[in-house]
Design a binder for this molecule. Structure first.
Ligand SMILES: Nc1ncnc2c1ncn2[C@@H]1O[C@H](COP(=O)(O)OP(=O)(O)OP(=O)(O)O)[C@@H](O)[C@H]1O
Ligand SMILES: [Mg+2]
Length: 313
């Protein structure tokens, strides 16, 4: 058994308090200062959870990303919007196998996610449009705002709206699944206003259902207090690394957490008074991979361009 498998099993044992061999339905927030090992720890968990196909793992794709540091045996399915072309920086370190998977709707992603691969999901480069989202945003918005009038424009232009819709769709999954979300404050930020404020009510409830439906969310952020308190209320576990502030209900010594050594972390189960200190192995320098998504024109425009080019030649 590899070192990191042993580590992950130990960690999950701690998380489940030895009750289950393997537990689904975990909401956990990793936090720590810059370079404290948040991504390293996320990757350890990712490797462990995808490894035997017991659940579907989703990794939130970003333009500066680090998923290529997942275990070298991993195969990646890269979901990108059908109107986008995706490119990796020329001398990237992707030595692993990956396949591109264009999608039109979020439902297609969920349906075609593979439990034997890491499913990296890139939102469309253009603003996510409500008509692509299987009406999820409209439904969520109506339900949570009880809006008299639905301002479609408001939905169409909101950054990260894609992710609310994605999470809505995840709730319908029949299989176990985990979502890994580095920089989780992007969709759960504190003091969100307007549309986002209502979406956070949805996210809060969604996380409650996550637990019931055996879905997991592993989010990472630098500072716990950057996350909306409604969302913090739904986190079952906090994993603190060096430089973290602790949650206000924490029983941990804030100084010990703040000055934790690299490679060491604290795990605390909320409201139970249980915590543990653990160490996790290094996995080398976590370089970034630049991923470019470029919107392409609609099919009609493509045809038009081809004619033009032929004309010139
Ligand atoms: N367990 C460990 N033992 C020793 N060194 C480690 C360990 N974990 C991470 N490191 C080192 O720290 C560096 C930063 O780790 P990582 O990128 O995971 O941190 P991060 O918290 O995600 O950083 P950022 O704030 O930039 O996102 C790694 O490249 C690695 O060299
Ligand atoms: Mg990181």
């Amino acid at each position: 058994m590899s070192l990191k498998t042993i580590f992950a099993e130990e960690l999950l044992w701690k998380i489940t308090d030895g009750k289950h061999e393997f537990q689904q339905g975990v909401t956990a927030l990793l936090s720590g200062g810059m370079g404290s090992g948040k991504t390293t720890l996320l990757l350890h968990l990712l490797d462990y959870l995808y490894a035997d196909g017991r659940e579907v793992v989703f990794w939130r794709g970003r333009e500066i990303d680090q998923w290529h540091h997942a275990d070298h045996r991993v195969e990646f399915r890269i979901f990108h919007h059908v109107d986008d072309r995706i490119q990796f920086e020329a001398d990237s370190e992707i030595k692993q196998y990956y396949e591109l998977y264009p999608y039109k709707t979020i439902r297609e992603i969920i349906r075609n996610a593979d439990s034997e691969m890491v499913n990296v999901v890139y939102p469309p480069s253009a603003d996510w449009r409500a008509e692509y989202s299987d009406q999820n945003l409209v439904t969520i918005y109506k339900e949570y705002k009880q809006a008299r009038i639905l301002a479609a424009n408001e939905l169409n232009t909101t950054r990260h709206a894609f992710w609310y819709s994605f999470i809505y769709e995840m709730l319908k999954l029949k299989s176990f699944a985990s979502l890994f979300f580095d920089e989780f404050d992007d969709i759960a930020e504190r003091y969100a206003k307007g549309y986002k404020y209502y979406m956070l009510n949805f996210l809060m409830n969604a996380l409650r259902y996550f637990r019931q439906r055996k879905l997991s969310l592993y989010g990472a952020t630098q500072v716990v207090t950057d996350i909306d308190s409604r969302i913090l209320g739904k986190m079952m576990f906090y994993l603190y690394m060096a430089g973290s502030k602790v949650h206000r209900d924490s029983i941990l010594d804030p100084k010990k957490v703040k000055f934790a050594e690299l490679g060491h972390a604290f795990i605390e189960e909320k409201n139970t008074g249980t915590w543990a200190k653990f160490s996790f192995p290094d996995r080398g320098i976590i370089t970034t991979l630049l991923v470019t998504l470029r919107g392409i024109q609609s099919t009609e425009d493509d045809d038009f361009e081809m004619v033009e080019v032929e004309g010139v030649m």
